[in-house]
Ligand binder design. Structure first.
Ligand SMILES: Cc1ncc(C[n+]2csc(CCOP(=O)(O)OP(=O)(O)O)c2C)c(N)n1
Length: 395
């Protein structure tokens, strides 16, 4: 029972949608026995997964070959390095979501700052090719659903279409899809791609923040990223800021986040799990860290070191960005759950070293920010970005 159940759970964690699997283990009464358990002979099942292929790639290649203005969006867990070959052939840019496993590659087909471009300018595309799972950027989601054609490719049949806008749903492994098509399409010209690249280069020039600000912490992590270290971005603003501002200049380690689960729970436990396999730099908000405080005990037991950076803005800073942010009377007590706690005592309670300096070598680093200033910083940044990108379009 145990061997085949574990084999099945492992298989389910990999296919069709990679992710955690919960096993419920009911213990039979009286819960404890002195009797020695006897190991029975066991045979675990070996699983082999299908690689979904495209039935009629020629039809799609012919259609795509006629379209000049298209974009390739790599969503969560898209894991499609072959998108590069397809992008090169079609002359379509790639917008890689923070957890698409593509941003880590840092290749020249990437339009890193797509979020800022779409927020600043009114650009239109004829086709969106969305590979893999959901995306973090709401701005990108609102933009892509306006495209006359929205093609979603994933290897499972699950719907990932919150606005009911998908026009074509293709069940196929995204990487195989790109590989099959790229081989059939002849080289197209690059002016559409070049426009996106120019805009992205200009957008990048605007992204410089103090390391004491929330986006600045993300940019600090960008500097520290190495191929052998994983990155984890907590829910709420850290994952959103990472989606907007985390663009390593050379290939980096895998990027993790708890997307699609209920939310801010279990973030520290997730980091501990990753650190059984490789070192981790983790960034999360104070509420997220408080919600999973007892998992700090796990950080002492990992095979590899963890640097846990807690951005403490005294509550849920994300709520300042939504409509309720204007109602300070209800915002602080009921949404932000404002507090003035620090982690200075929590870290040593679990034998973890603690600092408030990013550059220090400590297990837990707490960076203090301010929710209102953070909102203003983002708003001012958006304005500067808009002006700067609009200048280019006028030229
Ligand atoms: C288990 C759970 N409870 C509540 C929420 C709602 N929620 C979303 S973001 C957030 C605030 C998170 O605050 P923090 O970790 O400090 O990050 P910040 O917003 O400051 O970036 C809350 C409570 C959730 N996502 N999950």
């Amino acid at each position: 029972f145990l061997a085949t159940t574990i084999a099945q759970a492992t298989a389910r964690s990999l296919f069709p949608i990679p992710g955690p699997v919960q096993l419920n283990c009911p213990f039979s009464e009286p819960f404890f026995s002195d009797e020695k358990a006897t190991a029975l002979p066991y045979v675990p099942t070996n699983y082999f997964f299908p690689k979904q292929t495209l039935e009629n790639p020629e039809k799609w290649a012919e259609e795509f070959g006629k379209i000049e203005k298209g974009v390739i969006i790599l969503g969560g867990d898209a894991n499609a390095p072959e998108a590069k070959a397809l992008s090169e052939k079609l002359g379509w840019p790639i917008f890689p979501d923070i957890i698409s496993s593509y941003r880590e590659l840092r290749d020249d087909r990437t339009i890193s700052h797509y979020h800022h471009i779409l927020k600043s300018l009114e650009l239109k595309t004829d086709v969106v090719l969305h590979l893999g799972g959901p995306i973090v950027s709401k701005i990108l989601l609102q933009w892509m659903i306006k495209a006359p054609r929205l093609i979603h490719v994933a290897e499972h049949p699950k719907r990932c279409d919150p606005h009911h806008s998908v026009t074509d749903r293709i069940i196929c492994t995204p990487n195989t899809f790109c590989q099959q098509l790229a081989g059939l399409i002849s080289q197209k010209e690059e002016s559409w791609f070049a426009m996106w690249k120019d805009l992205s280069t200009r957008a990048k020039e605007q992204c410089a923040f103090s390391p004491l600000s929330e986006p600045g912490v993300i940019q600090w992590a960008q500097k520290m990223a190495t191929p052998g270290t994983a990155l984890f971005f907590g829910n709420s603003m850290p994952i959103r800021d990472a989606d907007m501002f985390f663009f390593p200049t050379s290939p980096c380690g895998p990027i993790f986040a708890n997307r699609g689960l209920s939310g801010i729970d279990g973030n520290i436990a997730t980091v501990a799990g990753i650190a059984h396999h490789m070192p981790v730099i983790a960034i999360m908000g104070d509420q997220t860290a408080l919600h999973d405080l007892n998992s700090l005990a796990q950080l002492k037991k990992t095979n590899y070191p963890v640097k846990l950076i807690i951005i403490n803005n005294g509550g849920g800073g994300i709520f300042s960005f939504v409509a309720i942010g204007k109602r300070k009377d209800v915002l602080d007590p009921y949404f932000a759950a404002a507090h003035d706690r620090t982690f200075a005592h929590a870290a040593p309670m679990f034998d973890l070293s603690y600092s408030t300096e990013l550059e220090q070598d400590a297990d837990v680093i707490e960076v203090f920010t301010n929710r209102e200033e953070n909102l203003m910083l983002h708003q001012q940044f958006d304005e500067i970005m808009k002006t700067s990108l609009q200048e280019i379009v006028k030229i």
